[in-house]
Design a protein around this ligand. Sequence first.
Ligand code: AMP
Ligand code: TRP
Length: 387
Amino acid sequence: MDQARLLPLGPSANALSRKREGHQHHTPIQPREAIAAVDQFFHGDFEIAYDKGLSSLPLTMKTRVFSGMQPSGNLHIGNYLGALKNWVRIQNDYECIFCIVDLHAITLYQDPAELRARIREMAALYLAAGIDPQQCSIMVQSAVAAHAELAWMLTCVTPVGWLERMTQYKAKAAKQESVGDGILQYPVLMAADILLYQAGIVPVGEDQAQHLELTRDIAQRFNSVYGDTFVVPGTSLPSVGARIMGLDDPTQKMSKSAEGTNHAVALLDPPDRIRKTIMRATTDSQPAVDLNNAGPGVLNLLAIYQAFGGASDEEMKARFIGMRYGELKKQVAEMVIAHLEPFQQRFRQITAEPGYLAGVLRAGAERVAPIANRTVQVVKERMGLYT
Ligand code: AMP
Ligand code: TRP
């Protein structure tokens, strides 16, 4: 099996990205938290937060990383640059668990056969991106019952007002006549995913930052009511690519569920289609790149190029300032294709190997279930539930 990795990038923290992403900052970090702030993420030292209650956890344990994606819709370059690519980059430095969050996916109706297929596909995409199943656990959320179990216990310490304030909840609820309770509870299940494993670092795209703040709030509330139980996790956003915008409308986040053929580049799109989508991307009324007046469409294309290729701000400026938009788009398209073609080849190899994916997912669940079950046991004890 070809487990070749995508090129590791150097850290590309920069002013370009700050400007582009409207200066998003994390909440200040508490001393006890295990931390990964934006620019420290790839080379910072992390404080190891550990649970004083779980005395069997050694002080020297490797910080645990947890993240996940929903097996709904087609993964796109936003998911890749915002999350997946960074998972690959840090997998050797931490103890990583990468989850396929099927229980989150069913908060909106999923065709059962399609969902089953997408879970497998998602596992293959993780592997094709370069996640090494020898180093990390790749698992499906519903394979470990403790996720749903802990979610209920956390629901009982979470005020409804906290959930109703979530912007993603408000946006999803506004689109529906009847709002399923799962849409409201969604971030509590996400908190359970993370807290079950005492994860210290959660690498995600910018749209999940609010859910992570809520996770911290829930952990802190539980710890203060029942005694220190959970590690309070830190958020990790990439400095470039944390929020990739739609190519047809750069004021909207690139999203799996958006309509329109020119909205996103899916990770499995063939090169011709990628070229077409990028060549049709919305720019602005200028003829060429001028960083002082660039609109969101142009900044988005630059972000995509920079996040894939790892160029520094200086290199980006030298290459692109004054370049006409047609040429800019060509270069972005070629950069994306150069990364996605080998990725797609690995995907095909992985899916052609019978039984391989099932084995990876089984091994992942078996490896993590004891950790999750132990946390649920401790939580039950703390809450006075029957054990
Ligand atoms: P989801 O598609 O909601 O399951 O998201 C999976 C991961 O991709 C999460 O970490 C998201 O924050 C990230 N993500 C989703 N959309 C984007 C985007 N447009 N730009 C950057 N990251 C994204
Ligand atoms: N809610 C996340 C998203 O839509 C997916 C997710 C579920 C997740 N559980 C998680 C991400 C735990 C990080 C950690 O992107």
